[in-house]
Design a protein. Structure first.
Ligand SMILES: [Zn+2]
Length: 151
């Protein structure tokens, strides 16, 4: 039994909406606690978080492939799942049907995912779970200029 099995039901459960996706992006890249010891909280209606104390703001999608995309994050996450389960050999035509988006949009999403996951699945651990793959995508284009998550 494959431990990394993950389908549309799991996706809907873990990522029911854009808020859940954005929380995941934030947690993959930033600490909840600000360096001033305040806590980051979501700014309602915006793709941003703000520190409760020093008021500094973080836009977690900046520098990721989701940045400046009008496509909802749930669709991006769905596309990554389709890519994950197709083991990399997904066509833009297929994605266009799955996501009910235009061919141009599907093509753009797919080319960006391919860009940040070169050699997938060949060069990746085959026990990689879907959430791990999403984390890889999120961190891929994230340069060293930003505050890193301290583990
Ligand atoms: Zn702060």
């Amino acid at each position: 039994m494959k431990s990394s099995r993950y389908g549309i039901s799991s996706l809907r459960k873990q990522f029911p909406d854009d808020d859940a996706c954005l929380e995941f992006v934030f947690n993959a890249l930033y600490d909840r606690r600000c360096s001033c010891s305040g806590m980051f909280r979501r700014i309602p209606g915006r793709r941003q978080f703000q520190c409760s104390k020093c008021r500094s703001q973080v836009a977690p999608t900046t520098g990721t492939i989701f940045h400046k995309s009008g496509t909802p994050l749930v669709l991006w996450f769905h596309a990554i799942l389709a890519f994950f389960n197709a083991k990399g050999t997904l066509s833009a035509k297929q994605l266009e049907r799955d996501l009910e988006v235009t061919y141009k949009c599907a093509w753009r999403i797919l080319s960006l995912i391919r860009k940040v996951l070169p050699g997938f699945p060949r060069l990746y651990d085959h026990n990689l779970s879907y959430p791990d793959l999403v984390t890889t995508v999120i961190k891929a284009r994230h340069g060293g200029t930003r505050r890193r998550k301290v583990s």
